[in-house]
Design a protein around this ligand. Structure first.
Ligand code: G3H
Ligand code: 13P
Ligand code: ZN
Length: 332
């Protein structure tokens, strides 16, 4: 099966009411850990690469590592998505490379820090949609800004998504899916105490655009046991909290379909490598500690696939390809 357009994976999730994890990947072990979890739980999966990942891997490696997953696990629908594309050129580059989905993060200027106006965001997103849909490629937009890397040069400005603006944005741009800012942030340091997310924003958008698949960034749960492993084996991470799984489940019920996870994979990998090397002082074969890291990613992601409700859905539908999607967009 070729790579699947993300729109199909998300539309199917809407039909059967579950969430799909979009897992950030940068290397082979991450991809293999995620794919093992997808295979064992029979889950469709979104593998996503940030601009940082493209730079780290020099792009071709990401594409070919993901294509290796497609060949290795032909029964799993896999979408390859560009995470936080900052301009049309980056999106075109990813599409030419074979990505079946791109995010244009028009909520920020190209420095990925300064917030844009609504009109600037619409214009930037619209040009990506025009380019991508002609080729059958899915587009994710974003309205509002998250905390962490998106909080405006560390100024603490977090702009939650205005639901009325979101509806207008979806209509004006033609995006397939929209990332909402509901109070989450990227990275490990999200909250000091149990968070209250602005869940009503999800319902308000769904009411006016029923069935639109919505996206939640900054969805790592930052499990305490992963922080404990890192600190037990020499790390020094501060006490912190992520998005509780109960909140993610609640968000899925209300219409979130794509759940972005990067940090939890990073924590799992770091803990596993620290533990392995601390317990095996004579180790120098990278396959031993990278193998432990892969296993930790697998365990972490497997749990999410079950909790998000993705498990068991890989065989629900006949995956389509970019050509099919091209026709669907042309018919609109
Ligand atoms: O959205 C942010 C992701 O966690 C990607 O992070 O740019 O360090 O790869 P990165
Ligand atoms: P986390 O940092 O919570 O894993 O979020 C990742 C993300 O939103 C990638 O786009
Ligand atoms: Zn993000």
């Amino acid at each position: 099966m070729p790579l699947v357009p993300m729109k199909q994976i998300l539309d199917e999730a809407v039909k059967s009411d579950y969430g799909v994890g979009a897992y950030n990947v940068n290397n082979m072990e991450q991809i293999q850990g995620i794919m093992q979890a997808a295979k064992e739980t029979s889950s469709p999966v979104i593998l996503q690469a940030s601009r940082g990942a493209l730079k780290y891997t020099s792009m071709y490696y990401i594409k070919h590592m993901v294509m290796a997953a497609v060949e290795n696990d032909p029964d799993i629908p896999i979408s390859l998505h560009l995470d936080h594309g900052n301009n049309l050129e980056t999106c075109i580059q990813a599409i030419k490379l074979g990505f079946t989905s791109v995010m244009i993060d028009g909520s920020l200027k190209e420095d990925a820090r300064t917030p844009t106006t609504f009109e600037e965001n619409v214009e930037k997103t619209r040009e990506v949609v025009d380019y991508a849909h002609k080729l059958g490629v899915t587009v994710e937009g974003e309205l509002g800004t998250l905390g962490g890397i998106e909080d405006g040069v560390g100024s603490g400005i977090v702009k939650l998504t205005d639901p009325d603006e979101a509806v207008k944005f979806i209509q004006l741009t033609g995006v397939d899916t929209l990332a909402l800012a509901i109070g989450t942030s990227h990275g490990a340091y999200k909250f000091k105490a149990s968070p209250t997310l602005a869940m009503d924003i999800i319902n308000a958008v769904e009411e006016k655009v029923p069935g639109i698949p919505l996206v939640m960034h900054g969805s790592s749960s930052v499990p305490a046991h992963l922080i404990e492993i890192i600190n037990k084996y020499g790390g020094k991470l501060e006490k912190t909290m992520g998005v509780p799984m109960e909140s993610i489940k609640e968000a899925i019920k209300r219409g979130i379909r794509k759940i972005n996870v990067d940090t939890d994979g990073r924590l799992a990998i770091t803990g596993a490598i620290r533990k392995y090397l601390s317990e095996n002082l004579d180790a120098f074969d990278p396959r031993t500690y990278f193998g432990a890291a892969r296993e930790a990613v697998y365990q972490t992601v497997k749990g999410k696939m079950v909790d998000f409700g993705t498990a068991g859905h890989a065989g629900d539908y006949k995956p389509c390809c970019l050509e099919d999607m091209k026709k669907e967009y042309q018919g609109k």
